[in-house]
Write a protein that binds this ligand. Structure first.
Ligand SMILES: *[C@@H]1O[C@H](CO)[C@@H](O)[C@H](O)[C@H]1NC(C)=O
Ligand SMILES: *[C@@H]1O[C@H](CO)[C@@H](O)[C@H](O)[C@H]1NC(C)=O
Ligand SMILES: CC(=O)N[C@H]1CO[C@H](CO)[C@@H](O)[C@@H]1O
Length: 230
């Protein structure tokens, strides 16, 4: 039903328990969905560029879901905590240009999902998300980033996405003071494309990284620095 002007789906959707894919890309008038808990065989859910404000009820039951596309969900501001960890088969989570930005442990809002919940997704291969800040990575997190085939982390309070389509491991940072982001090393050392804009504290951050020699930028192929101060 992609790119149609449907405004709602029938409640009987609940009964389609053999359904494998529900594709609603670009249904921009669709602001909410009926509960999905009956669709326990669903593997692909594409809600990209829909008008949803929050995830449908019953998402927790979609334990076979492999792909969840929430890109361009510009009204999606709420994702309850506890849903993401239940999607244990998830391989692809695309939230490019979604309004939802993950908080990190330093400023948890308990009712909402945060970056730490993504650690439960042991099969994740592709992850495109916005983050409010740079997380402090534990060794366990680093190995889970290493396992990702593709990622895009758009980091910063405002949430700008500039995907560089040619690269598979992208980090863009907009409007942060990099001096206060001591966890930045692992993210940078795994990136193949790095885009820094409107950031301060750049030279302090780099000096720190060199002194502590945690980062070698071995995989870096593309570097953009714009409107940053040292
Ligand atoms: C959904 O999950 C809840 C508990 O997690 C369970 O009680 C309920 O039966 C499930 N619903 C369906 C339709 O499988
Ligand atoms: C998600 O949907 C958008 C279209 O809305 C598409 O361009 C993008 O490739 C999809 N993401 C994935 C990972 O398939
Ligand atoms: C693919 C890649 O570059 N992986 C690196 C990610 O970061 C950790 C820690 O800095 C390195 O050990 C990996 O080699």
């Amino acid at each position: 039903m992609s790119r149609t002007s449907i405004r709602s789906l029938p409640l009987s959707l609940l009964q389609l328990c053999e359904l494998r894919a529900l594709l609603l890309e670009g249904c921009s008038y669709l602001k909410e969905l009926p509960p999905l808990e009956g669709l326990c065989k669903l593997q692909v859910l594409d809600l990209s560029a829909t008008g949803i404000r929050e995830l449908p009820r019953g998402m927790k039951n979609l334990s076979n879901l492999k792909q969840l596309n929430l890109s361009g969900t510009e009204y999606l501001k709420t994702i309850q905590a506890g849903i993401i960890p239940r999607l244990s088969c998830l391989e692809v989570l695309d939230m490019t240009k979604s309004a939802y930005r993950f908080s990190v442990n330093r400023d948890v809002q308990e009712e909402m999902t945060c970056f730490e919940e993504l650690k439960f997704l042991k099969r994740l291969l592709v992850l495109y998300i916005g983050l409010e800040r740079i997380p402090c990575f534990s060794n366990e997190d680093i190995s889970s980033i290493d396992r990702l085939r593709q990622f895009y982390f758009s980091v910063g309070p405002t949430g700008e996405f500039f995907p560089n389509k040619y690269e598979k491991r992208m980090v863009s940072i907009w409007g942060l003071d990099l001096r206060s982001e001591e966890g930045i090393g692992p993210l940078l050392s795994n990136a193949s494309s790095l885009d820094l804009r409107h950031c301060s504290g750049l030279s302090d951050m780099l000096e720190d990284l060199v002194i502590n020699s945690v980062v070698c930028f071995a995989g870096l192929k593309s570097l953009t620095i714009r409107s940053c101060s040292s």
